[in-house]
Write a protein of this length. Structure first.
Length: 106
């Protein structure tokens, strides 16, 4: 069953599933350790990453499925794609460094 946008048009599900998998991996690999590092305990250790993951998946669904418009999709020039990948790699590395800081500072 294909995912459909708000107009009922079928939308490619792969970008949504990739973003969802990456969000789950980051939330549940860094989330509990980060929560313990800032002093949380009990259900909050897994509750906070779960809430974060669900909220981010909801935003990804809204952005990549609900409001997607496949009819205006076109070819993106190679220079623009490479630039986007470069910026995404920089942002991803910065996020991982920022998430690691509480584990390094005691």
């Amino acid at each position: 069953m294909p995912l459909r946008n708000r107009d009922g048009t079928a939308v490619d599900a792969v970008p949504f599933f990739v973003v969802t998998a990456m969000v789950a991996l980051v939330c549940f690999s860094f989330g509990p350790i980060y929560a313990i590092a800032i002093g949380l305990d009990g259900p909050a250790v897994f509750g906070l990453p779960t809430v974060t993951c669900v909220a981010t998946v909801g935003v990804a669904y809204y952005r990549l499925v609900h409001t997607a418009r496949p009819e205006i999709r076109g070819e993106i020039p190679a220079e623009q794609r490479i630039r986007g990948l470069f910026y995404a790699a920089i942002v991803g590395a910065a996020v991982l460094v920022a998430l690691s800081l509480p584990l390094l500072v005691r």
